[in-house]
Every structure is written in structure tokens, then in C-alpha cells.
Design a binder for this molecule. Structure first.
Ligand SMILES: NC(=O)c1ccc[n+]([C@@H]2O[C@H](COP(=O)([O-])OP(=O)(O)OC[C@H]3O[C@@H](n4cnc5c(N)ncnc54)[C@H](OP(=O)(O)O)[C@@H]3O)[C@@H](O)[C@H]2O)c1
Length: 240
């Protein structure tokens, strides 16, 4: 990876869906990207300013050491941290195992808190503009049937975001959250439902990526706290 003027953005969940679209958009805009995901084999990102680390963010006990190593290996200024990785386990509460509940909370919330804690000292020390952006969800704003633990994980993210935005307000670090409704991505591959097939039934991952760039482009001194976006028509379908 070559060092460039715009700096490095660390994107978790960069191998698929929203994170992959964000990665491609950031690279097009001239940023370097360090992608994090469990595996990258299916993601074909060949850009010279892209690098990746395979890491299981749900292995919380190993995370601090692994993150220390990742941060030590970064040699250019960090312009952004995008906490985007996530999973969905959608079912009525009685149908969820304790293991599923733990995995969702640890992947969707606690891992991002630990990643942010690990990066924050370096981000504050740089004294240059930094955006930390979280992929929340419409599930961070309203609870819905078959989403109890998923919604709880995203509500937790949103509360965390509000608190650290305030904690970072006197530094050059801005903190934002994107809250999309249904986005057409492989997120639904393992679920029993998906957005309807019409183009107005789901947001495209690239739409979310465009908003990430808007957050980065906001005038220093202004923070885009939160963006909610929705498909024009909410239609869900059960899979065969
Ligand atoms: N799709 C939607 O409708 C929608 C709507 C609102 C919010 N969101 C949120 O958007 C984010 C991205 O979802 P997506 O739709 O892009 O889904 P996706 O296509 O399934 O991508 C999920 C990404 O997260 C990574 N990931 C999951 N568990 C991980 C772990 N333990 N360690 C490291 N990486 C992990 C995956 O990498 P591996 O494959 O290597 O595990 C993948 O890169 C999630 O936080 C999701 O909750 C999605």
C-alpha cells in the first residue's frame, strides 16, 4: 500500500455488502483503505491502496492484542475508522440460543467498542481531522418483531456513539452513525426473509457509501451526527 495525501481509512466488514461498497468508494475518492473481516477470499479488491487483515472481531478476548499489532503496523495518518461489521440473527426471542444472543451483541456492539477504544489514543494524538463512523440501522431507532437482540445491539451502538461523540468533542475526532433500513446485500443470505425485489424495496450499498463520503466531506467544525435512510417502499418477502 502506498501512502497518500488523503490518509488511511480502516473499514470493518470490508469484504462484503455495505463495507465493500464503502471501501470501493473510498478508494475511488483517493483514500487508502485497510479492510478488516473474517476472510477476504470472495472480495476482489485489487486496488494498490487497499490492504486487509483477516480478524474475527467476535473473539473479544484476543482483540486487544490483535488490534495493538494492527495499529503498530499502520505507518500513515488515519483519516477514518468505519465500524461496520455485523450479523443478523432474526427470530422470536424464544427461538434464539444464548450463543446466538451473545454472538450478535459481541459482533455488532462490543467488538466496535473495543476497536474504538484501541484506536482512540492514536486518533487523538494525530491532531488531524478524523471521522469515526458506525453502521447502525433503522433497528437502532425502533424495536421490531424478530429483531429483539439485533435491535438491542444497534440501540447499544447508538448510545455508545452519542457518548463518545461528546467525549471526543474537544479533539479533532468526529463521531457519526448511519442508520439504513433494508440494504440489498448478502446480509440476507442466511435469513428467512429479504427485501422485495423491486428497486424501491431496498437501499443499495452504494447509497450508504455515498453518505459516508458526505460525512467525511463535512466542514471541519461541523459533525453529521446521524443519518437515517430508508427504501422508498417497505416490502419484505419470505424466502422459499
Ligand atoms: N443489509 C441491511 O439491510 C442492513 C441494514 C442496516 C444495517 N446493516 C448493517 O450494516 C453492516 C454491514 O452489513 P451488510 O448488509 O453489508 O452485510 P454483509 O454483506 O453480510 O457484510 C457483513 C460484513 O461484516 C463482516 N463480519 C461479520 N462478522 C464478523 C466478525 N466476527 N469478524 C469480522 N468481520 C465480520 C463480514 O465479514 P466475513 O464475511 O468475513 O465475516 C462482512 O464483511 C452490519 O453492521 C449490519 O448490521 C445492514
Amino acid at each position: 500500500m502506498t501512502e497518500n495525501e488523503k490518509g488511511l481509512v480502516v473499514v470493518s466488514g470490508a469484504s462484503s455488502g455495505i463495507g465493500l461498497a464503502m471501501t470501493n468508494k473510498l478508494l475511488m475518492e483517493g483514500y487508502s483503505v485497510l479492510g478488516l473481516a473474517k476472510e477476504f477470499c470472495s472480495a476482489e479488491i485489487t486496488h494498490e491502496n487497499f490492504s486487509s487483515v483477516e480478524i474475527d472481531l467476535a473473539q473479544l478476548d484476543k482483540l486487544p492484542n490483535e488490534l495493538d499489532q494492527i495499529i503498530k503496523n499502520i505507518s500513515e495518518p488515519i483519516r477514518g475508522l468505519v465500524n461496520n461489521a455485523g450479523i443478523g440473527k432474526m427470530a422470536f426471542l424464544e427461538q434464539l440460543s444464548v450463543a446466538d444472543m451473545r454472538l450478535v451483541m459481541e459482533t455488532n456492539f462490543l467488538s466496535h467498542a473495543i476497536v474504538t477504544k484501541a484506536f482512540l489514543p492514536q486518533l487523538k494524538k494525530q491532531k488531524s481531522l478524523v471521522d469515526i463512523v458506525f453502521t447502525g440501522s433503522e433497528a437502532a431507532l425502533v424495536g421490531a418483531r424478530q429483531g429483539s437482540i439485533y435491535c438491542a445491539s444497534k440501540f447499544a451502538v447508538r448510545g455508545f456513539v452519542q457518548a463518545i461523540r461528546d467525549e471526543c468533542a474537544r479533539s479533532q475526532v468526529r463521531v457519526s452513525i448511519l442508520n439504513p433500513g433494508a440494504v440489498r446485500t448478502p446480509f440476507f443470505d442466511k435469513l428467512h426473509f429479504e427485501p422485495g425485489g423491486a428497486k424501491e424495496n431496498a437501499i443499495e450499498a452504494e447509497d450508504v457509501a455515498d453518505l459516508l463520503i458526505s460525512i467525511f466531506n463535512a466542514r471541519p467544525g461541523t459533525v453529521i451526527d446521524e443519518i437515517k435512510l430508508s427504501p422508498q417502499a417497505h416490502v419484505w418477502q419470505r424466502k422459499e
